[in-house]
Design a protein around this ligand. Sequence first.
Ligand code: NAP
Length: 300
Amino acid sequence: MANENLKLSSPVERETYLLGLLGQRLEHTVSPVIHEAAALEMGMDLYYFPFEVEPDDLKQAVLGMKALKFAGANVTIPYKEKVLQYADEMSEVVEFIGAANTLIFRGDKIIAENTDWKGFLRSWEEMGMGSVQGNFAVVIGSGGAADAVLYALVESGLGRVHVFNRNRKRAEKLLDKFTTKYPHLLSESYFLSDETNIAESLKSADILINATPVGMYPYIDDLPIKLRDDINSNLRCYDLVYNPIKSRLVEEMEKRNRKAAGGLGMLIYQAALSFELWTGMEPDLVTMRNAALNALVSGG
Ligand code: NAP
C-alpha cells in the first residue's frame, strides 16, 4: 500500500539547477561535491558535472549548456581566459583581470564573472592575515590566479609587488596592466630562477603568495621557491595550493614561525560566491568545507 505521507516532488514542481565545470584534467576536482553537498543540505535539486572539453569544442560546450538550460558553470585551467569570447556580458573586474571562473546563463545571456579575487580576500580576512595597506608582496606565478589575487591585494591598498615567473614576459605584461590602472603601485618582474632577487625581496616583503601549482598533489614535496631563514619576521604567506590541505610551503613557513594559510578557504569562498550567483541563495560554508575536506582526504 502506498505511503500517503510520502510526497515526492518532481523536477517540474521544484527548480532543478544544472551546473558544470569546464576544463581539462579534472580527475581531482572537488567542486562537484562542494556544490552538491551545499544543495543537499538546503533541499535543492542541483546537479554539478565535471566536463573535460577539448580546446576546439569549448564554444559548443558553452552554447550547449546554455541550450540545455544550465544555470551556470565554473571554468578552470586552461579556459578561464578563452571563455570570455563567448560571454555577452562581463563585470568590469572580469574585463580587467581578463579571466572568468564563473558563467551564469540568465535569459538568453551568458554572463562572465570572477569570484576568485573576492574568494581570496574573504579567506585572507577569515584567516586573520592582517591589513594589506602599504604592504610589499612577493607573488610567484603570473597566470589567471595571480592576476585575481594581485587585483584583490591592490584594491586593498598594496603598495609594492615583485612578481617572479618562469616566463618573465608574462609577469611583465601582468605588471604593465596593473601599473597602467594603478600608477602608484611600485613593481618589478623577475625570472623564477632568480634566487638572489627572491632572497633579497623576502628579507623585507610583508606578503608571499604562491599562485603556481607547485606543491599540489601528487608533487607534495615540491616548493615553488628556495626558502632561507632570513625572511622578514612579519612575512605572511598565502599558498593557493589546497591539496594537500597543508602544503610543504605552508609547513616550511610555520616551521619558521611565520603566519601561513593554504588555499582551501579561497576554494570554498569562490565556490560559495558562484553558488549565490547561480541560485540567489547563500550556501552553508561549513557544509561546503566539510565536503571538500572529506573529498580531499579520501581522493587526494
Ligand atoms: P595558469 O593560468 O595556468 O597559470 C599557472 C602559473 O603557474 C603560471 O604563472 C605558470 O608559469 C606557473 N607554473 C605552472 N607550472 C609551474 C612549474 N612547474 N614551476 C613553476 N611555475 C609553474 O593557472 P592559474 O589559474 O593561475 O592557477 C594557478 C594555481 O592556483 C593552480 O594550481 C590552481 O589550482 C590554483 N588556484 C587555486 C584556487 C583556490 O581557490 N585555492 C583558485 C584558483 C587557482 P608560466 O607562466 O611560466 O607557465
